[in-house]
Ligand binder design. Sequence first.
Ligand code: FMN
Length: 346
Amino acid sequence: MNTILDNYHSPFLGQLKNRIVMSAMTRGFASEKHLCTHDILEYYERRAKDGIGLIITEGIIIHPSADGYNRVPHLYTNEQAKEWKKVTDAVHNHNTKIFAQLWHCGRISHSDFTNGETIVSSTNKPAEGINRQNNKPFGTPRALKTDEIPMIYDMFMNSADKAFDAGFDGVEIHMGHGYLIDQFLDSRINDRNDKYGGSIENRCRIALELTEQLLKKFGPNKILLRLSPSRMMGGLYEWPELDDMINYLFSELEKLGLRLIDISCANADYHQTSGKSIRKIRKLWKHTIIGGASLSVASANSEIRDGYLDLVTWGRAILANPDFVTKLKELKPLQTMTDEMRTILY
Ligand SMILES: Cc1cc2nc3c(=O)[nH]c(=O)nc-3n(C[C@H](O)[C@H](O)[C@H](O)COP(=O)(O)O)c2cc1C
């Protein structure tokens, strides 16, 4: 029986030394110019050295108009790629793979973060609540016009190009947690009446067209999608028409040739959220499924044993324990993440 400490091989991911994945975590430690810094390099290198199988970076912004956070890294220029190359080299030295998470925030933003440009979404309606990044209400977005959607694909394609120049093994497209692509998938937000809104087929179109372009150019071993059908978002939250959405979207992604998915639940309880979705998705998806959220080692191993997960993510536990893998191997207790830990990179 395989456990999280056993290696993993797939034609698409190649060989991983174990099934432990560091999940994407925004830290806000990029330079003023949104470049990756030496501190960020050391932060990832420490975890690679400790033996994580696969690192997925913090969300990396694909274009200046896609930002929504303070001091997050960007990746659309050669200068930005050059700094990230130092990180991928350092991580590869320890035989760990690393994917860049590519991110467009959509309406979870404010023009404070987009050089004054109006933020965009599937809708003209702003997100509810206060943006903790600037303590203001979320900005009012402009619904993307139908003929502007290909521009979004170009942004992701360009950023992916730079990611591969920077030596990443693959890219994870952030399609979850209420950000731009999810703003199209979710019928409570998407109020369009063009071919990108209305029916399930229409709401999924942006995700499918984008995936198709990425697969065509970069191939199925390079493209991972993060989706969150059921998650924490001011309480437990699920896509409306959950079962029909899952059936349609994952069958179509499979047909396109996608082979790598990461099903997340933000900071919710796995078994109440993504664990349940994964049980439905697994019936349609024979390929790699990455998932998890603060699972105990026993639960992680049983998700692998029962065939629901291939690789298991941990976020906060790896943030709080740079020696996470060593501690698991030596059966040592883990530190719990504190608020103070958010403010430092170690
Ligand atoms: C500080 C922090 C930052 C996060 N940033 C991101 C992010 O940039 N992209 C993303 O997809 N998820 C992000 N997440 C969610 C994590 O990837 C993960 O799904 C979540 O923390 C649940 O896993 P855990 O219980 O093992 O921490 C973040 C979580 C934390 C705690």
